[in-house]
Design a protein around this ligand. Sequence first.
Ligand code: COA
Length: 136
Amino acid sequence: MSLICYSTDRKISVDQFIDLLKRSTLAERRPVQDHVRIEKMLMHANILITAWDGDLLVGISRALSDFAFCCYLSDLAVDENYQHKGIGKELINKTHEVANEQDAQLILLAAPKAVNYYPKIGMEQFKECFVIRRKS
Ligand SMILES: CC(C)(COP(=O)(O)OP(=O)(O)OC[C@H]1O[C@@H](n2cnc3c(N)ncnc32)[C@H](O)[C@@H]1OP(=O)(O)O)[C@@H](O)C(=O)NCCC(=O)NCCS
C-alpha cells in the first residue's frame, strides 16, 4: 500500500461510490440497489472528502453543512482492506475542517458496527439526539 491521498474536491461516479460502500460493508445499510437515489445522495451533499490509494477510492466522508453552525456526516466508509490505519479519523477531521470547525458542530448517527468507534476517536455521545425515521 502506498501513500494515501485525500481530496476535498474530487468528483466520483455513482458506481465508484457504490463499489466503495460494498468494499467497506456500509452497503448493508445504504440503498445501493437504487442508482437514482445514490445519485441524489452524491449530488446534494455539499462536502465530499475522498481517500485514494493511487486511483483506487479507499475511503469517503459524505456530509451536508451550512458552514456556519452544523455539519451532518451521513456516510463514513473505509475499504475493509484499508481499515484501522487512521483513514476514518482523518476523513472526519477533514470533514469538520471543511465545514468550518470553528463554528459548525459535526453530528452523525453511528451504524451498529461503529458505535464503539466514535468514542474511541474522541467524539461525544449525546443522549439528547432525536430522529424521525424515514418512511421507506
Ligand atoms: C468505521 C470506519 C469508518 C472506521 O474507519 P478506519 O479507517 O478503520 O478507522 P481508524 O483507523 O481511523 O480508527 C481509529 C481508531 O478506532 C479503532 N476502530 C476502528 N474501527 C472500529 C470499530 N468498528 N469499532 C471500534 N473501534 C474501531 C481503531 O482500532 C483505531 O484505534 P487505534 O488505532 O487506537 O487502535 C470503518 O471501519 C468502516 O468503514 N466501517 C464499515 C462502515 C461503517 O460502519 N461506517 C460507519 C457508518 S456510521
